[in-house]
Design a protein around this ligand. Structure first.
Ligand SMILES: O=c1[nH]c(=O)c2[nH]c(=O)[nH]c2[nH]1
Length: 306
C-alpha cells in the first residue's frame, strides 16, 4: 500500500541488443552467431522509490542491461534464447531478495548460415525474414512460464484456395470462389509445459530445434504436398489444421495461438463495355494489405483432470 492507493510497479531495460559468437571448428559445424534484442522487466519491492526519494532497493536498469552482457559472456556453450531468458530470469530472482519475478523477452535477428557451392559456410551468414522470439516469466519460487513464437512468416499459394457458402445478405458482394490466391503473414505463439525450473529439459531437447520443427509443420500444413498441394476452404480451416498439427506432433507444446491476416490479392478488371482493357482470368491481381482480414485462434490441450 502507498497511502490510500494500491501501487504496483515494475522496471527493467528494453531493446538491449546483444550478439554472441561461438567459434566452433568447421568440423564441428562452424561458427554460431546469434543477435538478440532482449527486454528484462522485474517486479521488485522498491515502492519507496516511487513514493519518496529512497532509491536504496532499486537494481538500476543500467545494471540490468550490463547483466545481459555478463550472462552472454558466461554462456561458453551455445544456448537457445529460451535458455538464455531462463538464465537471466533466474539470476534476477535469486540474486536480489526484493525481486520476486522477472519477465525476459527476446526477439532474434535471424542470421542464417549461407550455403556456398552447395556447402554450409563455416562462418558466413545472411539475414532471413521470419523471426523467432520468446517470453519467459520466472518467479522467485522457480515457477516458470515459457512462450515462444514466430513472427513475419509470409506464406502464399497461387491456387488450391477458395471461399464459399458464407453469409448471404444485402451486405454481401463477394462471389463464391474455389480459385483464389491466399496470402498471409503468420504470427504464432506457443507455450511449453515446463512450469518449474526443475522440469526444464537438459540438452538434447533444444528450443531452437523445436522452433525450426514448428515452422516446418506450419508451412507443410499450409502448402500440402509439393505437386498437388491441399485445398483450403477458408483461412480459418487452414489455420486450425496448422495449429492442430503442431499440437499433434509435439507433446511438449501445450497450446498454440495463431494469427493469420488474410492479405488479399484482388482480381483486376479494368475497362468499360466499349473498352474491356483487362478482363480477369486468374492472372492479374492487385495485392493489398489494407484493409486485410484478421483471423486468429488458440488451440490448447484439455486440462488434465488430476
Ligand atoms: O478465408 C476466408 N475467411 C474469411 O472469413 C473471409 N472473409 C472474406 O471476405 N474472405 C475470407 N476468406
Amino acid at each position: 500500500m502507498a497511502g490510500k492507493f494500491e501501487l504496483q510497479g515494475r522496471h527493467g531495460k528494453s531493446r538491449v541488443r546483444v550478439s554472441r559468437v561461438w567459434r566452433r571448428p568447421a568440423a564441428a559445424g562452424g561458427h554460431v552467431i546469434v543477435e538478440w534484442s532482449v527486454a528484462v522487466s522485474v517486479v521488485s519491492d522498491c515502492l519507496p522509490s516511487y513514493t519518496s526519494s529512497d532509491n536504496s532497493a532499486i537494481v538500476a536498469t543500467d545494471s540490468i542491461k550490463n547483466t545481459v552482457y555478463v550472462k552472454g559472456k558466461e554462456c561458453t556453450e551455445v544456448v537457445s534464447m529460451e535458455e538464455f531468458a531462463v538464465i537471466l530470469g533466474r539470476h534476477f530472482t535469486s540474486l536480489y531478495p526484493q525481486v520476486s519475478e522477472a519477465t525476459v523477452t527476446i526477439v532474434e535477428r535471424p542470421w542464417e548460415r549461407v550455403v556456398v557451392d552447395g556447402k554450409p559456410h563455416s562462418h558466413g551468414f545472411k539475414v532471413g525474414v521470419e523471426k523467432h522470439s520468446t517470453e519467459v516469466i520466472v518467479k522467485k519460487s522457480g515457477s516458470l512460464l515459457i512462450n515462444s513464437g514466430i513472427q513475419g512468416y509470409s506464406l502464399l499459394k497461387t491456387t488450391q484456395s477458395g471461399f464459399e457458402g458464407f453469409v448471404t445478405d444485402r451486405y454481401r458482394l463477394l462471389p463464391d470462389t474455389r480459385e483464389r490466391i491466399v496470402a498471409t503473414e503468420v504470427t504464432a505463439w506457443w507455450r511449453y509445459p515446463f512450469e518449474h525450473v526443475s522440469q526444464l529439459p537438459s540438452k538434447p531437447f533444444c528450443f531452437t530445434q523445436r522452433y525450426q520443427d514448428v515452422k516446418k509443420v506450419l508451412s507443410e500444413t499450409f502448402f500440402g504436398p509439393p505437386d498437388v498441394g491441399v485445398y483450403s476452404p477458408s483461412v480459418q480451416n487452414t489455420l486450425y489444421l496448422m495449429a492442430k498439427e503442431v499440437l499433434m506432433r509435439f507433446p511438449d507444446i501445450s497450446s498454440i495461438q495463431v494469427r493469420m491476416p488474410n492479405l488479399h490479392f484482388l482480381p483486376v478488371n479494368l475497362g468499360s463495355k466499349e473498352n474491356p482493357l483487362v478482363k480477369f482470368a486468374d492472372d492479374v491481381y492487385l495485392p493489398t494489405d489494407e484493409p486485410h482480414g484478421t483471423i486468429e485462434a488458440t488451440l490448447s490441450r484439455p486440462m488434465s483432470k488430476l
